[in-house]
Design a protein around this ligand. Structure first.
Ligand code: OKP
Ligand code: ZN
Length: 347
């Protein structure tokens, strides 16, 4: 299995996120992927492949040009506001919710930052654009491998991607790596592509990007948004719209759900993907479903992730794995690589 790893992703290193009225240390830290890397190496799983150059054309298949331009220049604009900002993460403070205009683009940087985001938990730093763009390039690399006939490939991306929408960041995500992989598979000639999101949090960005499309099926098993982030999307009655009607499947589960129940929901999602006729699958591989994850509420154990990999392999579909969440930092390595290992053994 080819592994695409973005060695500049450590350049995205937020210090703080807003949580309950306080700035707390970020959960989404560079060490997360170091543990995955170490685990891949010690288990001799995967060969490292060169990361392809990604052009604006593919990014613009998923993201709005004005959003991409905003992200590219954001850090310099932030520092231009105040030289002391070079020492601080950029976080939004204003959001144009209901009744505000979305067709204006204020000159004010903080105002634009709010227009292009939906929470105060996703710090933008000096290396965010570089890291996110490299991550997207890794995701594109996995799609290229599948198009070349490989059964699986892994993008070890950070920051994660599945909360990022067509023109907004949030939930630690800036570019939607899984959506970019899925779009690249479509552009490469596959007619029907599925995204299977197994992260603890609903992939609201990915869902929204494909919601009205009948060519990409989005399925997700996640913490019930009535109590879990991202709260405003991810409910079971979201089934897709227009050409995408029936091509969206949300399986929310309550906090405290154990592996037996979770695995049943995964089986249901995979059966729906099979019945729909997917030719390949992008897996949004979050491992924050782990029992010791500090910000999540499911109860999967490390050994369970081997079974997850086996279940994914049993679909017979080629899989592009794209790394998402997982904040029990040391265990994230074992857990993510267990999925890949289970897949490899069953494939
Ligand atoms: C990103 B991914 C924790 C509050 C939760 C947002 C969680 C984003 C998760 N202080 N903040 O889906 O793993
Ligand atoms: Zn998550």
């Amino acid at each position: 299995m080819q592994v695409f790893y973005n060695d500049r992703q450590a350049a995205h290193h937020g210090k703080h996120e807003m949580f309950r009225g306080e700035l707390v240390p970020c959960f989404e830290v560079p060490a997360r992927v170091e543990h995955v890397l170490a685990e891949l190496k010690s288990r001799k799983l995967g060969e490292f492949a060169p990361v392809p150059e990604i052009g604006d054309a593919l990014l613009q298949r998923v993201h709005a040009p004005r959003y991409l331009r905003f992200l590219e220049g954001a850090w310099d604009e932030w520092v231009a506001l105040d030289p002391k900002n070079a020492q601080r993460d950029a976080l939004p403070s204003y959001w144009p919710i209901r009744t505000f205009r979305h067709d204006v683009l204020p000159e004010s940087f903080p105002a634009r930052m709010g227009l292009f985001s939906y929470d105060a938990g996703s710090p933008l730093t000096s290396g965010t654009w570089t890291a996110a763009r490299q991550g997207a390039a890794c995701a594109w690399g996995t799609a290229q491998r599948l198009l070349a006939g490989d059964r699986a490939a892994f993008a070890l991306t950070r920051p994660p991607g599945h909360h990022a929408g067509h023109d907004f960041f949030g939930g630690y995500c800036f570019l939607n790596n899984a959506a970019i992989a899925a779009q690249a598979l479509r552009d490469g000639g596959l007619q029907k592509v599925a995204v299977m999101d197994v992260d603890y949090h609903h992939g609201n960005g990915t869902q929204a990007i494909f919601y009205e499309r009948g060519d990409v099926f989005f399925a997700s098993v996640h913490g019930d948004p009535r109590t879990e982030y991202p709260y405003y999307l991810g409910y079971a009655d979201e089934r897709g719209a227009c050409a995408g009607e029936g091509a969206n499947l949300n399986l929310p589960l309550p906090r405290g759900t154990d592996f037996v129940t979770w695995r049943g929901a995964l089986a249901k999602a995979l059966e729906a993907i099979r019945a729909w006729g997917a030719q390949a699958m992008v897996v949004s591989l979050g491992v924050d479903t782990f029992e010791d994850d500090p910000i999540s509420g499911f109860r999967l154990r490390s050994g369970d992730y081997l079974r997850v990999g086996e279940d994914l392999a049993a679909t017979g579909l080629p899989c592009a794995f794209v790394f998402e969440g997982g904040y029990a930092v040391a265990a994230a390595g074992v857990n993510a690589v267990n999925v890949l290992d289970g897949f490899r053994q069953r494939a």
